[in-house]
Design a protein around this ligand. Sequence first.
Ligand code: ASP
Length: 411
Amino acid sequence: MKKKKGLTFKVISALILGAIVGLLLNLFAPGVFDIVNPYVFVPLGQIFLALISMLVVPLVFLSLVLGVAGLGDPAKLGRIGVKTITYFIVTTTIAITIGMALAAVIQPGLAGDFDLEGASFETEDAPPISETLLDIIPDNPLAAMTEGNMLQIIVFAVFVGLALIALGEKTRSLTNLIEQGNEVMMYLVGIVMKFAPYGTFGLIATAVGSQGLSAMQAMGAYMLVILGALLIHSAFTYGGTVLFLAKKSPVWFFKEFFPAMTVAFSTSSSTGTLPVSMEVAQTKLKIPKSISSFVQPLGATINMDGTAIMQGVATLFIAQAYGLDLTIGELATVVLTAVLASIGTAGVPGVGLIMLAMVLTSVGLPVEGIGLVIGIDRLLDMSRTAVNISGDAACALYVAETEKKRAMKKA
Ligand code: ASP
């Protein structure tokens, strides 16, 4: 226990130190930063990223198969699934509404003269949401794993888990083998986390050091609105979930989950953080494996409240900067498309901004507007990713506690 505390402390110290070093070099010695960054900061960050990413696919697969098999009852899986997806959609809608309300009141798009002529953004081809959702049954499970297609991996794991329930004793040794494989992965998460302080330092130093700080000044109001909305959403929506739905202390929740949030913050990747967020949820928040390994990988893929907040605020910001008014109907369209866009956003750095194109197009706003916000998106991406994974953990806790209560009532 004592050792674990030490690690959290080290990661947080590394985060602060990385930010200070990055900031000082950015302000006073950009030349030195350009030399040190590719040889020190980037390799440290990339090694850490590769180490945790290495564990994502095997961990999610093994632990979800095991989780489903451990449920013992397919109907329970259905109930957990309905609760989870309902929670995801409701909280994402709340998130966008908070973001848009704040943006409507503070009006960050009127806070400066933005270079509308110079703004440009090449739309990359984001896959249509329908494709992501319809494509969830893998025609080749191994291809799904090599591509890291999380939804397909989840579906295959659920099938295998259900088969293990049906076959029972017949496949006991395979279940045992999967259990041991999962143990190995969890052990490796612990080992990889020992490198987390160095990785975090490198990732943060790169992010802060290469950030255009002058661009940040002009975009201050926009950034504040997003950070404010992220904070309000975390405190009220997740705090409320933990307090009223799970009947636990929000302070306890955020304190225990904090190490995972710092990793999400430094990597900007919900999917990459999965090994850590699942480990923290299972060992510290005491969420059963069957629930954590279903809710969290699914959430890391489709539940992105932080991203939805950014998309809502960015849309209003761009409308304000271009002097375009949105009708009530158009605002409702923004809410709806931002829910879909955040579902379609992959849990990796920067994709939320690409999916923003879809929201802008839905109400006829110029996609080039993304060019206005792209320069400062890195720091916001870090913050929203920490919120994205907290939503998944809050949901997992809520499902776990309500399931526990149900089982106790039955008993
Ligand atoms: N980086 C975010 C995540 O992984 C996605 C995004 O908003 O770009 O959760």
